[in-house]
Design a protein around this ligand. Structure first.
Ligand code: BG6
Length: 485
């Protein structure tokens, strides 16, 4: 029992959470640049952290002090990328998942020609990765669409955005196709429903009578069409390339064997599969359309959309896995927040300080379920644990046994799933370096093997330090997962 030869070990980051330099190199503002750090809001209240309005956007854009807009500064990967890539190479990374900020190439999304400075930046990054023998896995859209498209068209609700995205992707394939073989379209495409602004640029005030939920499904349809178009384009423009879809895997357990709990759980799991069903099988599940119809939601589709979706299916399925969920029909069941969900508390699982329940066996269950359903290669492109306990010792060391323990237990389950016959291409931890949290905009929710000296308010030297887990992961990669001690 072991990891296959050539297994792609590495880590995952996103432009909006690391790059910073939000006004440099001709970059335009993205939805991430108005995301606000709310120090007095309960970190478990993800809805409050993700709340947005036109007023909040105007206020943010008028604000010149960036203290409360941490994604504008990230961890300054824009200027530190060589140092960070060298650290990833030192850990032995075979792959790095990263995203391309749409607004570095097309500041508003509507330009007809790309910004040469943006292209030069990513070209430098990919060249450096090539030199270090790190394979890129590129996400084309990771929570960073142009703010202009969001406020002008209410994001992806407007069909016009498809053209803008295809133009951006075509530029990426043209400019970076010689460096990049593995691509992903939308990060956690299912998350449109949970945080519509972050994922699809939808501002509730702009939804009008139609309502936010209907806007979300319309936006999703446009993303499905766009994803299928660029998947086809990628195959045409880059011979040998592979395109994946990306799902938040929210494996749900019934709280009891009460049939109603089991039925609710089944529906939750089917809802989670809806997105990958469309992108892998190339068609809308009949039951989802029926559910939407019953909710009074009618997706506007143009003639030919379903053909595009059918012809643009993906080569592999990638997913994030942080936790499992539990469901119950009992209104009194105790609930706990997790990865932008509110599920029933599972008494068998510990949780981190943000309430995300830790369940390594759930990863194995997810792998088995996904592979059994789709029979295409899988790629775990996010998995990790946020912690506020990392402390730099006087000698510069950082002891994070909890992180090592988290990864070890997840790797053991991955190994078992591979042994069960699952085809797993690789694994990229979230995140190999401390970065700005997507949901709470905190710096103190630390995920990395590498510590970055910066606090929630942006104070710090930005110096990078190796945590104990850095050396541990280095050993795991060097032995291809044989030595997990
Ligand atoms: C995933 C996102 O949902 O979870 C990442 O793709 C995000 O962007 C990660 O950072 C962890 O979530 P958070 O809120 O702890 O940063």
């Amino acid at each position: 029992m072991s990891f296959p030869t050539g297994f792609l070990w590495g880590g995952a980051i996103a432009a909006n959470q690391v790059e910073g330099a939000w006004k440099e190199g001709g970059k335009g503002p993205s939805v991430a640049d108005v995301a606000t750090y709310k120090p007095h809001t309960d970190v478990k209240d993800y809805k409050a952290h993700n709340a947005i309005s036109m007023d909040a956007i105007r206020k943010a854009m008028a604000e010149t002090d960036d203290t409360y807009y941490p994604k504008r500064r990230g961890i300054d990967f824009y200027h530190h990328y060589k140092e960070d890539l060298a650290l990833f190479a030192e850990m032995g990374f075979k792959v790095l998942r990263l995203s391309i900020a749409w607004t570095r190439l097309y500041p508003t999304g509507e330009e007809t020609e790309p910004n040469p400075e943006g292209i030069a930046f990513y070209r430098n990054v990919f060249e450096e990765m090539q030199r270090l023998h790190i394979e890129p896995l590129v996400t084309l859209s990771h929570y960073e669409m142009p703010l202009h498209l969001s406020v002008t068209y209410n994001g992806w609700t407007e069909r016009k955005v498809i053209d803008a995205f295809v133009r951006f992707c075509r530029t990426c394939f043209e400019q970076f196709g010689s460096y990049v073989k593995y691509w992903l379209t939308f990060n956690e495409v299912d998350s449109v429903i949970r945080h519509p602004f972050t994922t699809a640029g939808i501002v509730p005030d702009l939804c009008g009578e139609k309502g936010e939920l209907a806007c979300c499904y319309q936006a999703l349809h446009h993303q499905f069409v766009a994803a299928a178009m660029v998947t086809k384009l990628c195959h045409e423009m880059i011979p040998g390339s592979q395109m994946g879809c990306m799902l938040t895997k929210l494996t749900t357990y019934p709280n009891t064997c009460r049939p109603e709990d089991v039925e609710l759980t089944l529906k939750k799991n089917l809802d989670n599969y809806f997105y990958s069903d469309v992108m892998i099988w190339g068609e809308y599940p009949r039951m989802t359309l029926r559910r939407l119809e019953k909710q009074g939601i009618k997706i506007q589709m143009e003639q030919g959309d379903l053909d595009i979706i059918r012809e643009g299916t993906v080569d592999f399925l990638s997913f994030s896995y942080y936790q499992s969920c539990t469901e119950s029909v009992d209104p009194n069941a105790e609930r706990t927040p997790g990865n932008t969900i509110l599920g029933v508390k599972n008494p068998f699982l510990p949780a981190n300080d943000w309430g995300w329940q830790i369940d390594p066996v759930g990863l194995r269950i997810s792998l088995l379920e996904l592979y059994d359903r789709y029979r295409i290669p899988l790629f775990i492109v996010e998995n990790g644990v946020g912690s506020k306990d990392d402390v730099v010792q006087p000698d510069g060391s950082i002891h994070d046994p909890y992180r090592i323990d988290y990864f070890r237990r997840h790797f053991i389950e991955m190994e078992k799933a591979i042994d069960d016959g699952v085809e797993l291409m690789g694994y990229t931890s979230w995140a190999p370096i401390d970065l700005i949290s997507a949901s709470t905009n905190q710096m103190s929710k630390r995920y990395g093997f590498i510590y970055v000296d910066q606090d929630d308010m942006g104070n710090g030297t930005l110096k990078r330090y190796r945590k104990d887990s850095f050396m541990w992961y280095q050993k795991v990669i060097a032995t291809n997962g044989e030595d997990l001690t």
